[in-house]
Design a protein around this ligand. Structure first.
Ligand code: GLN
Length: 528
């Protein structure tokens, strides 16, 4: 799956939608993303550069498209589902240093392209997938993506009719001319052809319906069968795209092109039920999401999707109010929060905006507003409680104040020696034991859970006795190293802070139990 004309056409959603359709026909599918940047992974990038960093079960920091793959397919991805130029070069250079290419000049072709082809096929050595959808990041024509385009050209020679190319392009509407224009698509296909790739299928992103005449024109000029010119019209929800692609028969065209004979019926019942509920909400609730990356909603992609999954489960629509924590001060709390029914304090790093988050926690605690603190959000709840209930006024996290007398959040023991920033946090899935008769144990209805992490700091166990001496309780901990993973407040409608990231595991089919419980508490609280 390549993309042309512009970025942000939604290759990730088209890949996930195609994957969903094939999976709904009972095929096994996985999707991978090849990212042409030089970073080894997106873990060291600011969310404004790249959107959210998505964490897999096995602890890879990956592109947010992997979140879409998991949410659509309801299946885990892994470190192998995301490849970057940085990781490719790192591997090739390590091999060169080891002497694996001794005597040879190491070059983009064949060494870099061989490594790319190896990574594409690595997934099939793990499981016998019927389909691997490989999404090449960036836009055709970018210097960075050339080695990937060349690698898949070579791969097609090797795999022959087991491999097809889908190209996602834009058919813009020019209002001055009152017409949809095919020229950018023609140019983009021409660029692909220069690299030796003839697309088999064109998915045309458009604001308006493509007429048969226009499809014919694209088919003729781009040398693509008429049934392989697929219209992808703008949708108001990403979850509608699989159905739009089904109407356009994208899955059937793919099966035909790959000569896959089958009589697998498609079953999208659950998906359509979800969409019906999404489109016909019974009522609305307002939730505040407090964070510092609010100018780009992609920064909180998984949280926003997890809210959608859980609220749709109850048939309610959430008006999400993104609140910039940097703008929060004591005397504007009421103005910011007076009309919200629930509050999420978001994950994050560094000092900027943290005091606003702590003030927000205080507001929801005092005003009985259901509160959900995630990672840094949980750490802020700990600091707030320590300062305002337990009287340790300078309580803080050593992430922002190294000299505090009450470092209630501190660097994890095994983080203290770490100097390299990349890939060195506590990452991926860890076990957590839940304490009975707590909000979380009834939400999960389990004793042991596994959730994904991405942090360096943690609750400082030296303060455990003092911290849990009043109405704050520890409701989940790591049984291996005794780290506090969940805190909750008694005598409050719903106040939960989690050190992990539950949002990564929420899917359309399996909305996350904590988000369900949180939304449920808002609905109940509101009714009251
Ligand atoms: N900055 C905090 C830490 O490293 C929280 C990280 C997060 O919210 N993901 O522990």
């Amino acid at each position: 799956m390549t993309g042309g004309v512009t970025s942000s056409l939604g290759k990730g959603i088209i890949s996930a939608s195609l994957g969903k359709l094939l999976k709904s026909r009972n095929f096994s599918v996985t999707i991978q993303k090849l990212d042409p940047y030089i970073n080894v992974d997106p873990g060291t990038m600011n969310p404004y550069e790249h959107g959210e960093c998505y964490v897999t079960e096995d602890g890879a920091e990956t592109d947010l498209d992997l979140g879409h793959y998991e949410r659509f397919l309801n299946e885990y991805t892994s470190s192998e589902n995301n490849v970057t130029t940085g990781s490719i070069y790192q591997e090739v250079i390590n091999k060169e240093r080891r002497g694996d290419y001794l005597g040879k000049t190491v070059q983009i072709i064949p060494h870099i392209t061989d490594e790319i082809k190896k990574r594409i096929q690595l997934l099939s050595s793990k499981k016998n997938y019927d389909f691997i959808i490989t999404e090449i990041g960036g836009t055709v024509g970018d210097i960075e993506s050339l080695p990937y385009i060349e690698a898949v050209r070579q791969l097609k020679r090797e795999l022959k009719d087991k491999c097809i190319f889908i190209h996602l392009t834009l058919v813009p509407y020019l209002s001055a001319a009152g017409e949809l224009k095919t020229k950018p698509t023609q140019h983009s296909v021409k660029l692909l052809l220069e690299s030796g790739i003839q697309p088999d299928i064109l998915v045309c992103r458009t604001e308006r319906e493509l007429s048969e005449k226009l499809k014919n024109k694209i088919s003729l000029f781009c040398n693509v069968d008429i049934d392989s010119v697929i219209q992808c019209i703008d949708a108001d929800s990403i979850y509608k795209v699989p159905l739009l692609m089904k109407e356009e028969m994208l899955d059937l065209v793919v099966l035909k092109k790959l000569n896959v004979s089958h009589n697998n019926k498609i079953n999208l019942n659950e998906w359509t039920n979800f969409l019906n509920k999404l489109e016909n909400p019974k009522n609305n609730i307002k939730i505040a999401l407090v964070g510092k990356y609010v100018q780009l909603t992609d920064s909180y992609k998984s949280i926003i999707e997890a809210i959608t999954h859980a609220s749709t489960y109850f048939g309610v629509k959430v008006d999400l109010k993104l609140i910039n924590s940097e703008e929060i001060v004591e005397n504007n709390l009421y103005e910011k929060f007076n009309n919200v029914q629930g509050m999420i304090v978001a994950p994050g790093f560094g000092e900027r905006g943290i005091e606003g988050k702590i003030l927000s926690v205080c507001y929801s605690r005092k005003n009985n507003i259901p509160f959900f603190g995630i990672c840094l959000g949980m750490q802020c709840a700990v600091i707030e409680y320590m300062r305002n209930i337990l009287g340790k006024k300078d309580a803080s996290t050593t992430e922002i104040d190294k000299t505090t007398s009450t470092p209630v959040i501190d660097l994890m023991h095994n983080q203290k020696q770490i100097r390299e920033k990349g890939g060195s946090m506590r990452l991926g899935s860890y076990e957590c034991k839940l304490i009975e008769n707590t909000i979380v144990s009834s939400s999960y209805n389990k004793k042991i859970i596994n959730e994904r992490h991405r942090h360096r700091y943690e609750f400082n166990n030296n303060f455990r006795e003092l911290f849990f001496s009043k109405d704050m309780i520890m409701s989940g901990y790591n049984p291996k190293n005794n780290l506090v993973e969940i805190i909750e407040l008694k005598n409050h409608p719903w106040f939960v802070g989690v050190q992990f990231h539950p949002e990564y595991k929420s899917t359309v089919q399996n909305p996350h139990p904590l988000f369900i419980s949180f939304i449920n508490s808002i609905i109940k609280n509101h009714e009251k």
